[in-house]
Design a protein around this ligand. Structure first.
Ligand code: ADP
Length: 216
């Protein structure tokens, strides 16, 4: 099974992909995480992309493509969920060509629909456990009271300025990619609002046709 999750920043792609991972034993390929790892490790790629991420801009297409292609190859072109890739029409076309060459096309793109107000609310209240990567919402899903406060951090691009930039970039560069997936006949649109478990159940019903044979 090869899936992709699509939607604005804060739509819940990371949360839902972790749940899909648990349910189906799929691996999550998150270009955002791969990029953050490269930055943390101080690799050449990491050093050259840091300024884009902190400003809320997209990282140049070819750099993200190399990270994503390498990860898909490591997974032998199967049993993965793409989170946050592709995010431009160029990336979407490259991805299709790349996977077509291995006869391993994406079977469904799950597009999570969330209102602009919810996006701003979720990102500005988001905090991350820097050890586990778990994310919290300071009002609706606060960190446990016994967790060391020093472990609770804000992502460097969850600042008001970068949040605004990310939403603008999403509207301009990423939103149009949805039309590409629609024309390919693989787009599934799901409401990303409400409880995490409700969103997950909606996703499960929408992929029943491809998922039933692959439960682990
Ligand atoms: P979010 O979806 O909440 O913005 P991500 O963790 O997916 O967060 O991405 C964080 C940042 O990493 C983006 O703002 C961008 O700078 C970079 N990035 C991630 N995926 C891509 C991509 N496919 N193309 C270009 N830049 C990307």
């Amino acid at each position: 099974m090869r899936l992709a999750l699509f939607g604005p920043p804060g739509a819940g792609k990371g949360t839902q992909s972790m749940l899909l991972k648990k349910r189906f034993g799929l691996d999550v390929i998150s270009t955002g995480n791969l990029i953050r790892e490269a930055i943390q490790e101080g690799t050449d790629v990491g050093r050259s992309v840091e300024k884009y991420v902190n400003a809320g801009d997209l990282v140049p297409d070819h750099l993200v493509r190399d990270l994503a292609n390498q990860a898909m190859a490591e997974h032998k072109f199967d049993r993965f969920i793409l989170d946050g890739y592709p995010r431009t029409t160029t990336q979407a076309k490259w991805l299709r060509e790349f996977l077509d060459a291995y006869k391993a096309p994406i079977e469904a793109v799950i597009s999570l629909k969330v209102s602009p107000e919810a996006v701003v609310d979720r990102l500005s209240n988001r905090r991350i456990n820097k050890d586990t990567g778990e994310s919290y919402h300071m009002i609706y899903h606060p960190p446990p009271s016994d967790l060391d406060p020093a472990l609770i951090v804000r992502r460097s691009d969850d600042t008001p300025h970068a949040i605004k930039a990310r939403i603008d970039v999403y509207r301009r560069e990423t939103q149009p990619v949805e039309e590409f997936f629609r024309s390919e006949g693989i787009l599934i649109e799901i409401s990303g609002e409400g409880e995490v478990s409700d969103v997950f159940n909606r996703i499960l019903s929408s992929i029943e046709h491809i998922a039933e044979l692959e439960l682990v």
